[in-house]
Design a protein around this ligand. Sequence first.
Ligand code: PHE
Length: 329
Amino acid sequence: MVDPDTLLADALAQVDAAPNLAALEDVRIATVGRNAPLPLALRDVGTLPPEERGEAGKRLNITRQQIEARLTQRQAQLESSALADTLANDRIDVTLPGRAMPHGGLHVLTQTRREIEQIFLDMGYAIAEGPEVETEFNNFTALNIPDDHPAKADSDTLWVSDGVLLRTHTSPVQVRVMGAQDPPVAVICPGRVYRRDTQDATHSPIFHQVEGLVIDEGITLAHLKGTLEHVTKRLFGEDRKIRLRSGFFPFTEPSIEVDVSWGDGWMEILGAGMVDPNVLEHVGYDSTKVTGFAFGMGIERIAMLRHGIPDIRMLYDNDVRFLAQLSNS
Ligand code: PHE
């Protein structure tokens, strides 16, 4: 039979000598683990003569408790010195330069749309929206566009089914707004429009417009001109002038094309006019009582003019180097 005192002295020496937690775990296995001498001796107690068993078992158990107590104590010691080490060595150097996180910004078209919206919101306009899949009626008929109008031809319009199409302009939202409310009306309608155009530097089959519509008693072309002058100055600068040229749209009479001064010359920026009485009557307004004006501008065109973007496709390519130059961030 092993001597408990020898076992104890030997085990305690090993525990005290363990340099780290991993070594201490080995010592635990070697001293009180399943196959260590002490547990084996405890198992053998049953083979002793009956009168010796009690005393031997008691001594061995006490020895084990002493070893285990020392193991626990040593473990606590080693853990706290490991923690002290970590605290001493794993310092965060707050003087190191930070790592910059790249962050996104708004697309130049979104910025331009929001700026246009803000200009009109500041004048008390509301923002209206309509669906991109429209009826032929709202897109053409209610706007006084006759069946034989070239814009309706397959070459210009993307048809979804009979009588249903992808809107070719935001003007059908005029029809929806007037159908839903009585005058006075002052809205802008930003949105995406579709045309069966071949893509080149100035054309895209999908682009964006902002429609404007004002209806009330006594609205004249002078209101339209004043409004457009104000908007142009806010978009392009106080020194800008506008020029109205006569134009043609089936839903306005008279119709005008609007140019903004550009260096020594002029740039066309939008189409507009006084809402044709036929359109007012179509939506149930009394054209002898109210009049109004409407206009439609291309957001791409305005963004391109303001930022000197030479090709409309640059707005859709999502080349980050281009977008970052015009980002608002
Ligand atoms: N809808 C016209 C277009 O797409 C623009 C416009 C709107 C003209 C409102 C006059 C009045 O070109």
